[in-house]
Write a protein that binds this ligand. Structure first.
Ligand code: NIG
Ligand code: FE
Length: 393
């Protein structure tokens, strides 16, 4: 086992408020910022963390020359397994065509036609792209198969790169079931779910609940699907309130979902439900950037005490970015989150939505990002500049 001493850390974000200096304002305190510290990494874990002047010996030494180190980004909402792209749909949207989920059928056709090896190579390239920008943990959904075999294929491929896999057979109703939606709900809650559970292919089940999209699922349909998933032992996630006001957020909170994602159009009842439940509100501002929808009201959620996470939603339709730094910059500029709120949301709260809790401390996995900059502020201060990468030690 090789140990590595990491020195020259300009600022260490621990996400442990207990570590913050007493005189720090509450906004910054959540990040548990440390200076003049060093780390020893051994066997993929943090083996020592303490004052730089008291560093122990290690087999190797890496000097970061004043760079900031933070927990790696947790991208808790992605659709990374798909073939083809929808650049033409994006171009049409930029000249006024609205998004309604209809384009998902294009990706389903391309994905069904692709081989496992083709999909594996596409997935690997997207994972590499995310890691190159500081993401160490990924959630990956199915949802571009929409038949039993292809959904399982997508989840098996996702499983090769992450344990955080989500069954999204209820992404949209595929064309072949358009005239019999009930039969598709029966398929998702019956043979498709059974196969997913039998193979242990998913940790979560997700539904696109959006009455404003003719392709997505209504409240009664989504409720049936979520209840079936919960009975089968899967934890729940929901795509809710993306295109307009709707029942997705309330349903997610009622059923104890781990996360409800998008949350773009909320009323007071939704905000109260989120504040009362343990359900994380995951905001995906890259989607609003790429669809020209209004941004979600993060301030309203944070001020109500809601747990807010940030993720990319990387997918070929509404947001084809794998960049968590871009999302953090959008959250600060457009959602009016403070830089520390945004960094915390993109690391600690996103991790919480996946059942993970890992402030940086001895014994925690050494899943770290490093910035070519002295502080976390630079993520929003220098948008579009490739500052972040995973720290490989
Ligand atoms: O999270 N809204 C539903 N699903 C994705 C988009 C999928 C697609 O358009 O391909 C989302 O925005
Ligand atoms: Fe999504």
């Amino acid at each position: 086992m090789t140990s590595t001493l990491v020195t020259g850390i300009g600022e260490l974000v621990t996400n442990d408020p207990e570590r913050s200096r007493r005189d720090q304002p509450a906004d910054l305190a959540r990040l548990g910022l440390l200076r003049n510290v060093a780390l020893v990494v051994a066997d993929g874990q943090i083996a020592w963390l303490g004052p730089a002047g008291k560093s122990p010996e290690a087999d190797r030494r890496v000097d970061l020359d004043g760079r900031a180190v933070l927990p790696g980004f947790v991208d808790s909402h992605t659709h990374l397994v798909f073939a083809g792209d929808r650049a033409a749909e994006f171009a049409a949207r930029m000249t006024g065509t609205a998004y309604d989920g209809g384009g998902i059928a294009t990706t389903v056709a391309a994905t069904r036609a692709a081989t496992d090896d083709e999909l594996r190579a596409l997935l690997a390239a997207r994972v590499a792209e995310a890691r190159a920008q500081g993401t160490t943990t990924l959630e990956v959904k199915s949802g571009y198969g929409l038949d039993v075999d292809t959904e399982l294929r997508l989840l098996r491929l996702a499983r090769e790169i992450t344990p955080h896999t989500t069954f999204l057979g209820a992404h949209v109703v595929p064309a072949e079931y358009r005239d019999d939606r009930t039969a598709y709900v029966d398929l998702v809650t019956g043979p498709m779910l059974d196969a997913v559970v039998a193979q242990g292919a998913a940790a979560y089940l997700d539904v696109f609940c959006e009455p404003l999209s003719p392709h997505a699922f209504t409240e009664p349909e989504a409720r049936m699907i979520l209840l079936a998933g919960r009975r089968a032992g899967l934890r729940l996630r929901v795509h809710g309130n993306q295109l307009g006001p709707g029942p997705g957020v309330a349903l997610a909170c009622e059923l104890g979902a781990a996360s409800v994602d998008h949350c773009t159009y909320l009323d007071d009842t939704d905000v109260d439900a989120l504040a009362q439940s343990g359900t994380v509100a995951t905001l995906l501002p890259g989607v609003e950037f790429s669809t020209r929808h209004p941004y979600p009201d993060a301030r309203r959620l944070l001020d109500a005490g809601v747990a807010v996470a940030l993720a990319t939603d990387c997918n070929p339709g509404t947001c084809f970015t794998s960049s968590m730094p871009f999302v953090v910059a959008l959250a600060v500029r457009e959602l009016r989150m403070t830089p520390s709120e945004a960094v915390y949301a993109a690391t600690a709260t996103a991790a919480r939505s996946l059942g993970l809790s890992r402030p940086l401390a001895v014994g925690a996995p050494a899943e770290l990002a490093v910035l070519d900059a002295p502080t976390h502020l630079h993520l929003a201060y220098r948008p579009g500049v490739p500052l972040a990468r995973t720290l490989e030690v």
